[in-house]
Structure formats: structure tokens, C-alpha cells
Design a protein around this ligand. Structure first.
Ligand code: ADP
Length: 341
């Protein structure tokens, strides 16, 4: 095999989880030959991504090549964090807020977006990382879904910007919004670590992370690789949602993530015509759960047709809504700040 042919094949290979070729990303350190066998040396830090790539390259070349990693890179990543004493992959962020929920569809992304914008409205520098690999809604909710990944001259990814916040989403790594995200979680984890390390976030007062729902690998890895200042947990008030959220609370407690508080979303409904209030999913469930686990209750947001419309059109209610809608999110931001500043 000639070096040029190998390089040509490598140009078609994408970095795990990213829609960009490993040649473009300049991680091919060298292509050499030892005893007639080509040796491809990769310059990459992430263990998991290296293993995934090593396997796919060996398959690509029918095991006729050897895939190595640049030695200096290996040393750097030996030191993995644990949840009690995590690494800091985001030293540019003064504080990290992880927003999570027990299950999907409760409004976690809506809260992440509006909380981030509320913090920016107070004058803080805010980055929002959409880590919800299973339902990356942040691009749609911030009108950044049509953007493509762009790199600056230092090979750092340029985040999108809208409503005063910087935004990066795992959703932007797929060609269209309906591309299925059937990533194995280890690949998703490597893509997220790449986003922490290789996005040009600049200095941030807050890095807000929209986590996937539940209690899986990604939550655990984030807690190992980042000193999370506060976890924010979003729930709806009905008992089935509260069962799931209890598990999320227990996981955060178990892995030493301080809990900033609980947000109850879709708490009640005010009929637009009669202004009558309906407690569709029951009443007081979120507050009772917060009390049970001894965590702060950050506030309630009603089920509001306009909140849904604003959110799904990419105009966050905290920026474009009426005073009442803005205040729901601003009060939550104030209560959270009171916990962590
Ligand atoms: P999750 O991140 O938990 O999956 P999302 O934030 O994507 O949930 O919200 C799910 C859907 O519910 C979206 O269509 C969103 O616009 C809508 N939604 C979220 N919060 C509210 C609310 N308070 N009132 C009405 N619709 C809401």
C-alpha cells in the first residue's frame, strides 16, 4: 500500500461522533513503514475515541496496517478523574451547571436554554453545551439548527451564538435534524469531551450543560471530567415523573454532585379564556420531593401554550415572552445564584 493511497482512504474516515474527517482534524501524526507493514500514528488524547478509531481503521485496511498513538498523548490521558475528585476539562468556565431530569419530555432543554439566557441577561458570560445525545433540542430552541460546525485557525470549533449565549450541541454534528443518534454511549462521551476541550468557548462565568435524561454513563463521565458546581433537576409534578426524578437525585448525591435545586415544569395550567387554574398533573409534588431529599426548590413554570410555541420556534420565552413568562425563568436563575454565588 502506498502512503498516498492510505491517506486518500483516511480522508473519508470521520472522527467518532463528529462529521469531520480525521485528516482535516490533523490527527494523523505520521504514516510510516516498519518491516513492510504501514504504521499509522494518531495524535489524539481521548482514550475511548482512539479505541473506536483504531478498530474502524483496522477493519478498513483488513488488519494490514498497525494503528498507534503518539506516545506523549497517552501520558496526558492516563489520569482519569473520579467523581469525588474530578478532572477539570473546562478550566475556562468559572462554574458548571448540569441540568438533568429523570425522564425525557419534561422540559429539561427548555429550562437549560432559558436559564442560560436569564444568566446572560444578568451580565454573565454563558456557554450552553447540549449534551442530550438522545434528543438534542437546543439548536431548534435557539435557532441555531441550520448552522454547521466551523473551525478557527487554531483548529478549535467556533460555537454558535444567539440571545447572548454561546451554544454547542451534539445535534450540530449530524447532517440533518432527523438523523438518528444511535451512538454507543462511549462514542457520545468522546464527542462530548471533545466539545469541552476543543470548542473555543472563551472565558465563561457559567457553562450550562443540558444533560441527557436519566442516570447513565454520560452523567457519570461528566461528573468525573468536570467539577460540577450545581446540578439542576427538572421534573413535572405527576407521581410517575417524580419516581424517575428521585433516582436522578440519588445518583447526583451518590456521585458527589452538589444539587442546586429542583424545578417543577408544567406545574399548572391557566385556561387562556377563563383564566381558571387547573392542576393537570396534581399539586405540590415537586415541592414535596425537594423536601424529602432536602434540596432547594427553585420554582414552578406553568404549562403554557405560548412557552411551547416560543420554545419550538427558537425564541426563548425569557427573551421574547411577556413579563410573567420572563419572570418564571429569571426567578429560578435568582434562586440558583443564591445557592452558588
Ligand atoms: P426535555 O428536554 O425534557 O426532553 P423539552 O425541553 O424538549 O423537554 O420540552 C419538551 C416539549 O415540551 C417541547 O415541545 C417544549 O416546547 C414543551 N414545553 C417545555 N416546557 C413547557 C411549558 N412550561 N409549557 C408548555 N410547553 C412546554
Amino acid at each position: 500500500m502506498r502512503k498516498e493511497d492510505i491517506l486518500k482512504s483516511l480522508e473519508k474516515v470521520k472522527y467518532p461522533g463528529l462529521d469531520r474527517s480525521i485528516v482535516d482534524l490533523k490527527i494523523i501524526k505520521s504514516i510510516e513503514e516498519e518491516n513492510k507493514k504501514p504504521i499509522i500514528t494518531l495524535s489524539m488524547q481521548n482514550d475511548e475515541a482512539f479505541q473506536v478509531l483504531q478498530k474502524s481503521l483496522q477493519d478498513l485496511f483488513d488488519n494490514d496496517v498497525e494503528i498507534r498513538r503518539e506516545a506523549s498523548m497517552q501520558k496526558k490521558s492516563i489520569n482519569y478523574g473520579d467523581t469525588a475528585n474530578p478532572n477539570n476539562r473546562a478550566p475556562y468556565a468559572k462554574r458548571v451547571i448540569a441540568v438533568t431530569s429523570g425522564k425525557g419530555g419534561v422540559g429539561k432543554s427548555t429550562v437549560s436554554v432559558n436559564l442560560s439566557v436569564a444568566l446572560a441577561q444578568k451580565g454573565f458570560k454563558v456557554g450552553l453545551l447540549d449534551a442530550d445525545v438522545y434528543g438534542p433540542n437546543v439548536p431548534r430552541m435557539t435557532q441555531t439548527a441550520d448552522e454547521k460546525l466551523r473551525w478557527n485557525d487554531n483548529n478549535k470549533i467556533i460555537p454558535s451564538e444567539n440571545f447572548g449565549i454561546k451554544i454547542m450541541s451534539v445535534g450540530l454534528t449530524t447532517p440533518s435534524s432527523d438523523t438518528p443518534l444511535v451512538w454507543r454511549s462511549s462514542v457520545a462521551v468522546s464527542a462530548l469531551i471533545q466539545f469541552l476541550e476543543d470548542v473555543d468557548w472563551g472565558e465563561l462565568d457559567f457553562l450550562v450543560i443540558d444533560m441527557p435524561p436519566g442516570t447513565g454513563d454520560i452523567q457519570l463521565t461528566m461528573a468525573q471530567e468536570l467539577p460540577i458546581t450545581a446540578g439542576v433537576i427538572v421534573t413535572t409534578p405527576q407521581p410517575v415523573a417524580l419516581d424517575d426524578v428521585s433516582r436522578a437525585i440519588m445518583m447526583f448525591k451518590d456521585i458527589n454532585v452538589p444539587i442546586g435545586g429542583l424545578v417543577e415544569n408544567m406545574s399548572f395550567f391557566i385556561a387562556p379564556d377563563t383564566k381558571k387554574r387547573y392542576d393537570i398533573f396534581g399539586k405540590g409534588g415537586g415541592e414535596a420531593t425537594a423536601k424529602k431529599y432536602d434540596i432547594p426548590f427553585l420554582g414552578k413554570i406553568p404549562l403554557d401554550m405560548q412557552i411551547r410555541e416560543f420554545s419550538d420556534e427558537g425564541t426563548p420565552p425569557v427573551a421574547m415572552g411577556d413579563k410573567l413568562q420572563k419572570d418564571y425563568y429569571r426567578n429560578i436563575a435568582d434562586k440558583l445564584l443564591a445557592q452558588i454565588l
